[in-house]
Design a binder for this molecule. Structure first.
Ligand code: ZN
Length: 106
């Protein structure tokens, strides 16, 4: 957890003033509050980059379900990161450490 101060389109960590971060592109949906590190080519965070498909979020029921899934997935990614287990996506190495998350009914 970090205290952040806004700076233009980015956020600066008060504990690490030399680095500017962006919020994940999924932040406006309230499905993610993780940061994208400075210099990253990704618009989404380390957890959201595992999404293969994002459901139609105009349906409130799907949005609610997606938020619940994202919450659980973020906890999993956090744990895997702490255990220093690989987090490759299928796009990165052809198989991925675990499959991209697919949502039925889209
Ligand atoms: Zn994210």
């Amino acid at each position: 957890m970090r205290a952040m101060a806004p700076e233009g389109e980015c956020w600066r960590s008060t504990g690490d003033p030399g680095r500017l971060y962006s919020f994940c592109d999924n932040a406006p949906t309230d499905a993610c509050n993780w940061l994208v590190p400075p210099g990253s080519q990704d618009a989404v965070c380390a957890a959201c980059r595992h999404n293969g498909i994002v459901p139609d979020l105009s349906d409130p029921a799907r949005l609610k379900a997606w938020r619940e899934i994202e919450d659980a997935k973020h906890r999993l990614i956090y744990s895997l990161t702490r255990w220093r287990l690989p987090l490759h996506t299928r796009a990165e190495d052809g198989s991925g450490a675990w499959p991209d998350i697919q949502f039925p009914g889209r």
